[in-house]
Design a protein around this ligand. Structure first.
Ligand code: ADP
Ligand code: MG
Length: 258
């Protein structure tokens, strides 16, 4: 059965004020898939993500989320839709003065005021167990390793049971083992929660492990130059996309992966 489309970008121009960073982006994201946004440094990946998560409007075009034109909604309708989004920011900022449990309880307390304290704590403990941090509820962010801090930030992003999870370069600053563990966790979350995961990354190990669909933003032409499965991009993508995806990999390794 084909999966439901949850987000559609139509003729989107991404940028700031009168500065267009990417032109005419067109793609759709399905429920329960990992959608990778890739491209060289400075091509506009984070900018596009800011539009998609509702932090700032695109310069042109539409973002349709579950049939609703996000930016033509009023602020309170947008706030309601935003509750379906979980975001893991590049620096994974947690509140340093709060324990992990308090960090995760905060969005629940803010957005679900009817949930009792006991239920809130139970929900927060569940999120911690989902990311492999059972038993860490009373620790402060400063007491965690980099990899654990990312997991804790992820637990907080999961607090409101989002349908869509957005990650901006989540493995930046992690050692390869912690980065690989995070990739595994992303796949587990996709499969256990059925959430769509939108992942900005240029890390090849992540791309090869988690990608269902990929969008490639080009620095030179300032638009998308490839959209499809990893297999499509590797076999039929333009030269710059294929060399981006094959950098540092021998053909024997590529044959094993694909
Ligand atoms: N607030 C801003 N105002 C104007 N230009 C910005 C702003 N933030 C980033 N940029 C510019 O937008 C371009 C794309 O940045 P970004 O989306 O962060 O790229 P990426 O995430 O792909 O590395 C860069 O040239 C950057 O300098
Ligand atoms: Mg970025």
């Amino acid at each position: 059965m084909s999966k439901e489309t949850v987000l559609v970008a139509e003729h989107l121009n991404a940028g700031y004020g009168s500065l267009v960073i990417q032109n005419d982006l067109n793609f759709s994201i399905k429920q329960g898939e990992v959608f990778i946004i890739m491209g060289g440094s400075g091509c506009g990946k984070s900018t596009l993500l800011r539009h998609l998560i509702g932090l700032q409007p695109p310069l042109a075009g539409k973002i349709v989320y579950k049939g609703q034109d996000y930016w033509s909604n009023n602020e309170s309708q947008r706030a309601l839709l935003q509750q379906n989004f979980g975001v893991l920011y590049q620096n994974g900022a947690l509140w340093g003065s709060m324990t992990l449990l308090q960090n995760i309880c905060l969005p629940i307390e803010t957005w679900r005021p009817h949930v009792s304290k006991a239920e809130r704590i139970e929900l927060a403990q569940l999120k911690l167990s989902l990311v492999g941090l059972t038993g860490c509820a009373d620790l402060y962010p400063s007491q965690l390793s980099g990899g654990m801090r990312k997991r804790a930030a992820l637990a907080r992003a999961l607090a409101l049971d989002p349908h869509m999870l957005f990650f901006d370069e989540p493995s930046a600053g992690l050692d390869p083992l912690s980065a690989a563990a995070l990739d595994e966790l992303i796949l587990q979350l996709r499969d256990s929660l059925g959430a769509s995961i939108i992942l900005v990354t240029h890390e090849l190990p992540s791309i090869y492990t988690v990608a269902d669909s990929c969008l490639f933003l080009d620095n030179k032409t300032r638009t998308q130059i490839a959209l499809g499965s990893l297999d499509d991009l590797l076999n039929h993508g333009p030269d710059e996309v294929r060399s981006f995806l094959r950098r540092g990999k021998s053909s024997a390794v590529l044959e094993k992966i694909l």
